[in-house]
Design a protein around this ligand. Structure first.
Ligand code: PRX
Length: 685
């Protein structure tokens, strides 16, 4: 394994000092000479006290563990898996895989034959270990002062009641359940209840529109939909039940009817009486669920039985149902959580992500609960009632580990409790990194800049706080068992200091196993571009010290505030507008959201461009996808730059969108180069 060896050489050659290295400037001179003195190579060392208490306290310790995880993955992961509860141990073979399309069907298996249950490991096992009275969830409502909490024992009781209800309604192992809920405790409760009975949950972010929800219902045909009547986001009421009604009406017209819609009354947002109701189909959660017994036998499942589906956007076509199975995902989320956040029993953990995204699956629900952690759930938006809210929450619960997207702001409040910070969803630039480090973390908390994806299940490239010096803006090194490779256009691995396409060689336990109902698309999208590797869709460079720097998507996917949106989806929403003839969407840098959505729109002939039309174009995207996908800018385009074969040249559109007009490059291959000048002249109109 040439690459791994050279990678290890890289890290070894860093000769990072023993833990707790003190003053950066002196050290830099000592260890690395002056060659690293430039800004982007600034090293930030963990403090001595931090390293002393860290789970992985030195580069040497990391290297030792990493080496073993690569050389003996079966041994490494089965040692860890043995710490979990298995009703029956996995078979002789810990893992098997084929990641090479030229050698047959892509397949990944971990712990096959092992029988377990992730809900049991999250709850029952922790209670057995003496954590029954420990708080599992602190819930902070949208309105300051509205809150609640559940201990592990109470959470188990709630989960069991819902699990019993589901069973009673005929939901069985392998059935799908759609969960369309905001960040209230019932969301993780519903996920865990499904897992307990072996049902496959598919959480749909409650910011998605009726159309998007309908699409997912039609794709995965759930036995039941779990929702609530409404939610407050800041001062706005969102009538979720209305959205569900519209979605289910549409799916029934598409031939998929859902017979049961369990609806939680989210009293603080809307009363029962104000909620639209479909008799026979809708049931109030509060009327039925609490009547069920508070214990429920576990459905034991195979490690390779599906745990959940989560839809995510691709560069083309309809959303993809990313499928994760039970055993590998369980071991992987628990282990990544523990090491990347240097988790200790006394920690209070808050992740600002919504359970509607993968971050909320792996690092609000499963990863932390598997570790017996106390988790803060927040219903509202970060700036309500004002921009100090996040830090008020940190102070109120004495949060020690704070995991968020780099687009969250603000100062004020002591934040003394914090000890580890995490960042996810998009590249964090060095100045944002320094701000997060200096201001939020008082220059004392290491930052785990975690690179991963819905598909990867858990962290792939991430710092292990305390283990080695950080470089602001770099996700640093791979997690145990992960072999990132950077390849060129032709799929050749490039070594040393380089940049290219980020792929992964060999499987890891948390990898997704297929796209629901479309294994062929799974193979084409992820394994055909570079045979033998999983292709992430991201660009990445590696510096001479072996640190990884993510450079963003190389496909047509935009990352808005850490939410992944396919340009094709936004385009198809726009062209569904009767007055839109054609649309091309690109991402642009956005101060607050990381990336913003920039849409070039060609109108049907004879239709004049107007402010009203602009608004209705934006509205059509909000209605078809969700508010978070609304374009930030509509740029009127009498025509689009196309090659002679009719392909839209997005490269040029990206440059126009970001006003890098002197970097347009060669436009001579365009069918009509004058289109470019025309677009530029309309840029700010
Ligand atoms: O482009 C990368 C970016 O987010 C994408 C994955 O999006 P999603 O599946 O929605 O999951 C988001 C939460 C894991 C990646 O392809 N991304 C995620 N984390 C980082 C990142 N880019 C740079 N640095 C990160 N830490």
């Amino acid at each position: 394994n040439i690459h791994t060896k050279s990678y290890l050489r890289h890290v070894e050659s860093m000769k990072i000092l023993p833990s707790g290295a003190g003053q950066i400037s002196e050290l830099k001179a000592v260890i690395l000479g002056d060659s690293l003195a430039s800004e982007e190579n600034d090293l930030v060392f963990p403090s001595q006290p931090f390293s002393n208490q860290a789970l992985v306290s030195s580069p040497q310790k990391y290297l030792e563990m990493y080496k073993r995880s690569i050389e003996d993955p079966a041994g490494f992961w089965s040692d860890i898996a043995s710490e979990f509860y298995w009703e029956k141990k996995w078979g002789q073979q810990v893992n098997s895989e084929n990641l090479d399309v030229t050698k047959g069907k892509i397949s990944i298996e971990w712990f096959k034959g092992g029988i377990t249950n992730i809900c049991y490991n999250c709850l029952d096992a922790n209670i057995k270990a003496g954590n029954g009275d420990k708080v599992a969830l602190h819930w902070e409502g949208n309105e300051p002062g509205v809150d609640g909490s559940l201990t592990y024992r109470q959470l188990l009781e709630r989960v069991c009641q819902l699990a019993n209800f589901l069973k009673d309604k005929g939901v069985k192992k392998g059935d799908t359940v759609i969960i369309y809920l905001p960040m209230i405790m019932e969301l993780p409760i519903a996920m865990l209840a499904c897992a307990r009975i072996g049902a496959v949950h598919s959480v749909v972010f409650a910011g998605y529109s009726a159309e998007s929800l309908n699409q997912r219902v039609v794709d995965c045909k759930p036995k039941i939909v779990i929702t609530c009547n409404a939610v407050m986001r800041g001062k706005k009421i969102i009538d979720l039940k209305n959205i569900v009604d519209a979605a289910l009406l549409e799916s029934s017209q598409n031939g998929i009817s859902v017979d049961l819609c369990l609806t939680f009354e989210n009293e603080s947002a809307m009363k029962k009486e104000a909620t639209k109701w479909q008799k026979g189909r809708d049931i109030w959660w509060q009327d039925v669920v609490p009547k069920y017994p508070t214990t429920c036998d576990v459905e034991w499942v195979d490690a390779e039985d599906p745990l959940f589906l989560l839809y995510t956007s691709g560069s083309t076509g309809k959303p993809k149902g990313v499928l994760h199975t039970t055993g590998g995902y369980m071991i992987y989320t628990a282990t990544t959580f523990k090491y990347a956040f240097d988790y200790k029993d006394s920690d209070i953990y808050w992740c600002t992500a919504d359970c509607g995204w993968i971050t909320g699956h792996s690092y609000v629900t499963y990863g932390p609960l598997l570790n017996g952690a106390t988790v803060v759930l927040y219903e509202g938006v970060p700036n309500y009632p004002d921009s100090g809210r996040c830090w008020e929450i940190v102070d109120k619960y004495n949060v020690t580990i704070f995991y968020t997207a780099p687009t969250l702001y603000v100062t004020r409040h002591s934040r003394k409790s914090l000890r580890v910070l995490g960042s996810v969803g998009e590249p964090i630039n060095p100045s944002a990194w320094r701000w997060f480090y200096n201001v939020v973390g008082d220059s004392r908390c290491p930052i785990s800049d975690t690179w991963w994806q819905t598909e990867t299940g858990g962290f792939m490239i991430t710092p292990l706080p305390g283990a080695w010096p950080q470089k602001p803006g770099s996700a640093t090194f791979p997690f145990f068992g992960v072999q990132p490779v950077i390849v060129d256009e032709k799929g050749n691995e490039i070594d040393g200091e380089c940049s290219g396409y980020l792929c992964v060689k060999s499987s890891w336990p948390g990898a997704f196993r297929t796209l629901y109902g479309d294994h062929e698309r799974y193979e084409t999208t992820y394994f055909k571009a570079f045979a033998g590797y999983y292709f992430s869709g991201d660009g990445c460079s590696r510096d001479k010290d072996g640190y990884h720097w993510l450079t963003g998507r190389v496909d047509d996917v935009i990352n808005v505030s850490g939410h992944r949106i396919g340009t094709a989806e936004v385009e198809s929403a726009l062209v569904s507008h009767p007055q839109c003839a054609e649309a091309a969407v690109v991402g642009v840098e956005h101060e607050v959201k990381g990336q913003g959505i920039y849409a070039f729109v060609t109108l049907v002939e004879g239709v004049p461009y107007s402010e009203d039309l602009r608004k209705s174009l934006v509205l059509v995207v909000r209605n078809q996808i969700g508010a978070f996908a609304a374009p930030d800018k509509i740029h009127w385009a009498p025509s689009l730059p196309k090659t002679r074969s009719g392909k839209i040249m997005r490269r040029i559109l990206r440059k126009i969108a970001s006003r890098q007009l002197d970097e347009l490059g060669d436009i001579s291959t365009l069918a009509d180069p004058s289109v470019v000048d025309q677009l530029i002249s309309l840029a700010d109109s």
